[in-house]
Ligand binder design. Structure first.
Ligand code: IFM
Length: 441
């Protein structure tokens, strides 16, 4: 049986934390929060299952912060909600939103935790979608104004901040696959969003740094590509998947270019000035956040639009998302960032975790042994990389508590703390106590 004793082998200055995001936990029906693209998408595509209530973190944030503290974690990664702060068409500041984040940050500090805020975790105010959302380059400028605002009001209370969470999801998943808001399925829109979200990141780095000396990063999600066999067509397909999913974002940020094989299919949709924009996109960052969950098996598939691959799942043990356990992929990406992009960049694992079919047993406990196994296997990969001298500074488990899992609504449970969506009671699971056992020594 797995346990988390591996935690004892990490250096004492290694940061263990937990991660959440605004739309997934806060509940946007109170506090004069504005609507985001997820409210619209939920209404049109998810039978109205949205983040109105979520975990009601707006009401329970003190209790939630205490749970983090009591398990022995040292840091809390959360995101600011843009529509909560600026709900109105005329961009008027919502003082209730400002007040909420002031109280949240104060509480985090009161509990002696270190905040790791993210500026954007997918809840784009709906007014921007009416003008094209991330397919419109102007959205990047509005985002940079938002970054300035955050730095002006809160940078006295954070030392590190991330611009964007998972630009692949914001662009490809949401504009080519159509699985996330705004639910578009169009290659041109996807290419534009892939560029504009990075441009928004680049502008925001400069904006944040113009106000404070806090360290700025971005959070990339990487998924390992295994060709289904060694047929050269499948290997090419896996390379294209890797170029679009992973390297598009990391090459742009660290090398100031896009991978050639991805440009061959997407280049014609980019603005003519995209190479100049890449200079802004590659403005140096201070740290990198890496989110990692699984791998895909990739098979060649001839399509009309040049996206010549399909993604399959293999036979390894799976999570409730049907995602395979593939911890070696995490080690692979840590080494790749270190060896191919920047040997000095501090790396944080900003998300890692699994959805599980959790239930309360007759003793009112949740025994999530598979989740403990998942954390154990992935933490061992992190430790291996640390022992090779790679500067990995922290690990944030996804997630503190069960929450709104986007297009899956409340069906998938990723938390170390169970949320009863009727009473909003929080019940720590066995994985929570397992972290506590080794963090509170
Ligand atoms: O819940 C999401 C999170 O918002 C972003 N990263 C992946 C998680 C699990 O799907």
């Amino acid at each position: 049986m797995h346990n988390l004793s591996v935690i004892q082998e990490f250096p004492s200055d290694f940061i263990f934390g937990v991660a959440t995001s605004s739309y997934q936990i806060e509940g946007n029906k109170n506090g004069d929060c504005g609507l985001s693209i997820w409210d619209d998408f939920a209404r049109k595509k998810l039978n109205g299952i949205d983040g109105k209530e979520a975990c009601r973190h707006l009401d329970f944030f003190k209790e939630d912060i205490k749970l983090i503290k009591d398990a022995g974690f040292k840091s809390y990664r959360f995101s600011f909600s843009w529509p909560r702060l600026f709900p109105e068409k005329n961009q008027k500041l919502n003082n209730l939103g400002l007040d909420f984040y002031n109280r949240l940050l104060d509480e985090i500090h009161k509990q002696e935790l270190e905040p790791y805020p993210t500026l954007y975790h997918w809840d784009l105010p709906i007014r921007f979608q009416d003008q094209g959302g991330w397919t419109n380059k102007d959205t990047a400028k509005y985002f940079s104004d938002f970054a300035l605002f955050i730095a002006e009001h809160f940078s006295d209370r954070y030392n590190k901040i991330a611009t964007i969470n998972e630009p692949w999801c914001v662009s490809w998943l949401s504009h080519y696959l159509g699985e996330h808001a705004p639910g578009i399925k169009d290659l041109r829109s996807a290419a534009q969003a892939m560029h504009n979200i990075l441009y928004a990141h680049g502008l925001a780095v400069t904006a944040l740094k113009s106000i404070s000396s806090s360290e700025v990063g971005i959070v990339l999600n990487n998924e390992y590509a295994s060709p289904i066999n060694d047929d050269p067509n499948n290997i090419d397909a896996a390379n294209l998947f890797d170029a679009i999913y992973n390297r598009w974002f990391s090459d742009a940020i660290f090398l100031g270019k896009y991978p050639e094989i991805a440009l061959e299919v997407l280049g014609k949709y980019l603005p003519s000035e995209f190479r100049d924009d890449l200079k802004i996109i590659s403005t140096p960052i201070d740290w990198l956040g890496l989110n990692y969950y699984t791998r895909s098996l990739i098979k060649n598939y001839k399509s009309n639009d040049g996206i010549n691959y399909e993604c399959l799942r293999g036979d390894l043990k799976k999570t409730d998302m049907d995602w395979e356990f593939y911890p070696q992929g995490l080690g692979y990406f840590i080494e790749r960032i270190h060896n191919e992009y920047n040997k000095k960049i501090p790396i944080y694992i900003t998300e890692n975790g699994m959805a599980n079919k959790d239930f309360l047993n007759e003793k009112n406990e949740i025994i999530d042994l598979d989740r403990i196994e998942y954390f154990d296997l992935h933490l061992k990969e992190v430790l291996k990389c640390l022992n090779k001298g790679i500067p990995i500074k922290g690990y944030f488990a996804w997630s503190l508590m069960d929450n709104y899992e986007w297009s899956f609504g409340y069906e998938k449970r990723f938390g170390m703390v169970y949320v009863d969506y009727q009473s909003f009671k929080r019940i720590p699971k066995k994985s929570y106590y397992e972290f506590q056992k080794y963090l509170c020594v």
